[in-house]
Structures are given as C-alpha cells and as structure tokens.
Design a protein around this ligand. Structure first.
Ligand code: LLP
Length: 420
C-alpha cells in the first residue's frame, strides 16, 4: 500500500490530488502522508516488541510540531540535540521521561533546561561534558541521569559526512577510554549512570556494522557490571537507511530481529533513535517548473524550489526521484533540474533522465520527508516553504509559508545609520 500514487493520471497524497493542494497553498511546499507516518512508526516499534524498548524519534530529521505530536500519540519518545529541539519536543507534548539528549556540544543553559524538564537521560560525549553536567546538576539540586556515547570505531559504510562511529569522527568517547569516563562519572556526586549509547552513522544499508558496534557495547557493559555500575538502557542510536533510488536497506523487521537476537536476555531496555526511516519516504517536496532552457551541451529545467529548500542533492550529492504530478505521455530528455539560487551547486538533480515538462507544470521530489524542511534555510532571502499533512481526503497546513516580514524579524538598523 503506497500513499503517494497516481490515480486518474494525477499523483495523489492519500485521497487528494497534489495539484489541488498546490492550488490552495502555492508552491513549493512539503507534503506528508499521515498514514505513511503512522505505518512507518508502528512497523518499527512493533518490530521490537519482543523486548523492553523505547523508540525515541530523532527530531532533527523533521521537527514539525504536528509530526512530533503524532509520534507522541503513538507512544514514542524523542531524541533531541539542542535546547531548541527540547523546546519543540515539550511543545509537541513529549513525555520528559521519554526524552534523550544527544549531541557533542551541549551548552550549560541547554543542560539546565533538560534537567529542569526531567528528561530520561543525557548521552554524554566527553569527560569535560560529564563535569559540566555534574556542576549544572549540583547548582539546580538534581541528579543527572547519564549514559556515555561510545565511539566503537566501526565503518558504517555510508557517506563520509554522515558516518559518525569512526575514530576520526568527533562523536562519542573512544571505546578504549570509555571505562575511564564511566569511572569518572561514578565519582561525580550529581550524576547517575543509567545507560550506554552509540550511533555509528546514517542511511545505513547493512545491519552488520550495527551488530559489530552492539557486540562491542555489550562487552563494555559486562565489564562495567563487574565494577558495580548498573547499565539499564542500551541506546543503539538511529541510522537505518531507506530507498531513494535502488538501495536495498534491511526491512525494519529484519533489522530488529538481528538486533533482538543479540540483546534478548541481556537485561537492558533497548532505545532506538530512528529518524529517516520513519519520515523519509512519508514526505515529498512539490515544486513548479518556471522555465526551461538549453545550450549546445545541456538542458535545464528551472524550478521554484532550490537548495535552500532541499539541500541534500547539493550537499551530499544525494539522489531524489522526481515525478511529474500529472501523468502524461511526454518525450524523455536528459536535464539538470535546478533551483533559482545563485550558486552552481543549486540543483535537485543532475543529468537526470526525466520527462520533458514545460513551464507551469508540477514536480514531486520524492523521499524528502527527512532532512528536507529541517535543513532548509532562508538563503537568497527566500521565505521557507509551507508544510502540509494529508490524512485521507483532508489536508492540514502544519506550517505556514513564511513571509517577507519573517525574513527580517529581529534585524535592527542602528540609529546612527538612519539619516535625519
Ligand atoms: N541519533 C543520533 C545521535 C544522530 O546523530 C542521528 C542523525 C540520528 C539518531 C538519526 O539518524 P537517522 O535514523 O535519521 O539516520 N542530514 C543528513 C543526515 C544526518 C544525520 C545526523 N544524525 C542527510 O540528509 O542525509
């Protein structure tokens, strides 16, 4: 069952033709299917039902409040990496006791906010951070629940920008030094050790590296247990990949069953922090062709969404399938699909075999639900686009398109520059 499908030659999101939504909200906009989101979350969650577990949806993938609320309603927790994400999570109704706080550079004020909110745990990434959390907790008069993010030095076999579990990466504490960090934590009076954590990378298409990391973590937990440190939570991070083009990542059920074999009976509650696998294929970016042009070498399709709206192709060279919203018999051409931004790296697709669409026609950039809107910017002073959620034949604008006023909010011209 797919929730983005052609019916009567019109690409639909659930029960609504995308064309109709575009008429109402204008272009570009992000569009999410409610039932796809629910299905992805539920399948993932149920895949782990054999053991005590908590799914902490990774807010950075898509942080819209409506989506957060949807996952909270399904019993989900959240993984946050900043004070801003914590704020969103709480505004989205997340249970503080289901919030984990990750990230390599947590500030004192962010730590304080999280402590006051009463989160489940901090995933700590350095010995200095342990000290800082201890100090802030002392000041507030609370004990901070912590786990240590271990860097297991494992190659996750993904894009170097999103690989995080190798020694050369800034993330976590080297697994060889982790016991020392745990000992330090056990001596700090305002910390309570409750877990262990790792996250080796994103868009993983093989389970093997995750299992290798998990085995290393288990060894460490056993060692810590011998030193009377109790590890209740084992957080494996996120990272499960999706199909953008022809990748064949493991199905969540396969991914889960391999992990379950390793952790069943180990005596820990498992935490997972999926982002992309939940929202990636539940969202598309809808854009309009503005112009087409060609020279001796190339053809260009210039659309109204740019790298400020969806940066993944420019930044990682990522592939996103592009479909015409209206199905017709058209000539196939080879073209670059580019945005209006003044950078040569502003493209959604390069040298793509695509139907020859003309000005005014709509395209859907597929698999854009994760790291799409959440990485968008105002570059070239372009207001950020609207976000729409569809459930059956109802549509909900879950984020209004920004206006020009939003672009200058907070900016001030100092008095001395204003000529009298
Ligand atoms: N947990 C931690 C600690 C993370 O750093 C991440 C992602 C996740 C969970 C969620 O990973 P996921 O399940 O979504 O793979 N902007 C890039 C992806 C960056 C991922 C950063 N960390 C992209 O567009 O591909």
């Amino acid at each position: 069952m797919h929730f983005f499908e052609y019916k009567n030659r019109q690409l639909h999101c659930e029960g609504i033709p995308i064309q109709e939504i575009a008429k109402k909200v204008g272009t570009p906009f992000y569009l999410y299917s409610y039932h796809t989101l629910v299905r992805h979350f539920t399948v993932f969650d149920e895949a782990f039902k054999g053991i005590p577990h908590l799914i902490c949806y990774s807010v950075k993938a898509n942080s819209n409040l409506a989506l957060l609320r949807l996952f909270v309603n399904l019993g989900g927790g959240v993984d946050v990496v900043s004070g801003g994400e914590l704020y969103r999570a709480l505004r989205g109704g997340a249970d503080p006791q289901k919030i984990v706080f990750s990230g390599v550079g947590k500030r004192e004020d962010e730590i304080g906010d999280a402590l006051r909110a009463g989160i489940l745990m901090f995933n700590v990434e350095s010995s200095q951070e342990l000290q800082t959390i201890n100090e802030v907790a002392g000041r507030i008069g609370k004990k901070a629940p912590i786990s240590i993010r271990v860097n297991p030095d494992i190659d996750p076999k993904t894009h170097p920008y999103i690989s995080t579990g190798l020694k050369q990466n800034k993330f976590g504490i080297d697994i060889l030094r982790a016991p020392m960090a745990y000992r330090l934590a056990s001596q700090l009076p305002n910390l309570k050790i409750i877990g262990i954590d790792c996250h080796i990378g994103s868009q993983l298409v093989e389970v093997e590296p995750i299992i290798q990391a998990l085995r290393k973590l288990k060894e460490l937990v056993e060692r810590l247990r011998k030193e009377e440190m109790e590890i209740q939570y084992l957080d494996l991070g996120g990272g499960l990949g999706i199909t953008y083009e022809d990748e064949e990542p493991p199905h969540p059920i396969e991914y889960a069953s391999t992990i379950l074999e390793e952790v069943r009976g180990f005596g820990c509650t498992l935490i997972l922090e999926p982002g992309r696998v939940i929202v990636g294929n539940a969202g598309v970016l809808v854009s309009k062709v503005l112009y087409t042009k060609e020279n001796e070498e190339k053809r260009f399709m210039i659309v109204d969404a740019g790298m400020n709206d969806l940066v993944r192709p420019s930044y990682y060279g990522s592939y996103h399938q592009i479909l015409p919203v209206k199905e017709e018999i058209r000539e196939e051409i080879l073209a670059d699909v580019v945005g209006p931004i003044c950078e040569s790296s502003d493209f959604l697709a390069k040298g793509r075999k695509i139907q020859n669409l003309g000005a005014g026609e709509l395209i859907a950039v597929m698999s854009a639900g994760a790291y799409g809107f959440s990485m968008s910017t105002n570059y070239n002073s372009r207001p950020r686009v609207a976000e729409v959620l569809v459930r059956n034949d109802q549509m909900f604008v879950i984020r209004q398109r920004e206006g020009y006023e939003d672009l200058i909010r907070g900016e001030v011209i100092p008095e001395f520059l204003i000529k009298k």
